[in-house]
Design a protein around this ligand. Sequence first.
Ligand SMILES: NC(=O)c1ccc[n+]([C@@H]2O[C@H](COP(=O)([O-])OP(=O)(O)OC[C@H]3O[C@@H](n4cnc5c(N)ncnc54)[C@H](OP(=O)(O)O)[C@@H]3O)[C@@H](O)[C@H]2O)c1
Length: 324
Amino acid sequence: MAFPFSPPITQETATEFFSSSGVKIKEAGTFVGEVTKDAKVNVADVAERVGSMFKSVEACGVVTAVGPGLTGRQVGDLVAYAGQQMGSYAEEQILPANRAVPVPPSIDPKVAASLMLKVCGNKKSITAKSDSTIVIQVEPGHTVLVHAAAGGVGSLLCQWANALGATVIGTVSTKEKAVQAKEDGCHHVIIYKEEDFVARVKEITSNNGVEVVYDSVGKDTFDGSLEVLKLRGYMVSFGQSSGAPDPVPLSAIAAKSLFLTRPSLFHYAATREELLEAAGEVFANVASGILWVRVNHTYSLSEAAQAHADLENRKTSGSIVHIP
Ligand SMILES: NC(=O)c1ccc[n+]([C@@H]2O[C@H](COP(=O)([O-])OP(=O)(O)OC[C@H]3O[C@@H](n4cnc5c(N)ncnc54)[C@H](OP(=O)(O)O)[C@@H]3O)[C@@H](O)[C@H]2O)c1
């Protein structure tokens, strides 16, 4: 039975997916979804929010049926996916097979469920080759700022930037989250509800600023993030948990010849090859211990409203997973 907030998958679209090389999976774990916030968002707006951005688009499950003529995937395979097929708040789901990624046996399904969207969307921002004009290769000697450093994505970004040899500054809202961010590789943690993060970053970097800011908070942090970047720094604005940033005048970018990018997972794992490469690298890094995923909260599907409320109220850290 589909969860009531899931966007409707009609018999027609389900049949279409299935007959054009689809797989049906029984969910093992489902990531709660994205957080986005504007002035009117509250718990009662969950259904509206689900319809307004890409939500419930990440899960891990066991294949229970494959479409006619499909090769390469079998009943019993453990697969995960992110994006381009809403409706993961469900016990069973039909997916286009080319979005389903095999999950190695060493990876816990809850971890796989919470990993796909985050890392496909953001790993290239941190690891892609520096010959790209929009992303930067983080390397030793760099200093990076990660907002919401104890969040699902933030936690992984801190670990990865640290592993690449960068000095990592993280922002969080509470002392408890600060402890986690430290454990995840932050060399400096700023509690941005209590401290002015701009002043603190300038202090930490002796007024030099940072090479990269990973900003998923959006409205509340965007301007400050630009302010703490070095000349030719990279502003990676990949989310808007506090609301959409105001329009950015070109003069704000020109002031320091900055690079501004708004990456989306859909564009960094657009082809099957890119998807498999990204997922393979991430699973390998989890298996080898370079990355660890904190599934700090699990909820049943019937507790989805509570999960969203906790997410919106900044009560969560790490990843949040529904267990059907
Ligand atoms: N571009 C992409 O392809 C892509 C892919 C995945 C995720 N994302 C985005 O990345 C962001 C992080 O996703 P996530 O799942 O890992 O969530 P998350 O970071 O675990 O949760 C959101 C965190 O944002 C912080 N925050 C700051 N101001 C907030 C506010 N006004 N309301 C709510 N939270 C606020 C909170 O941390 P503190 O309490 O520490 O401030 C909160 O815990 C989201 O904005 C998501 O949309 C983008």
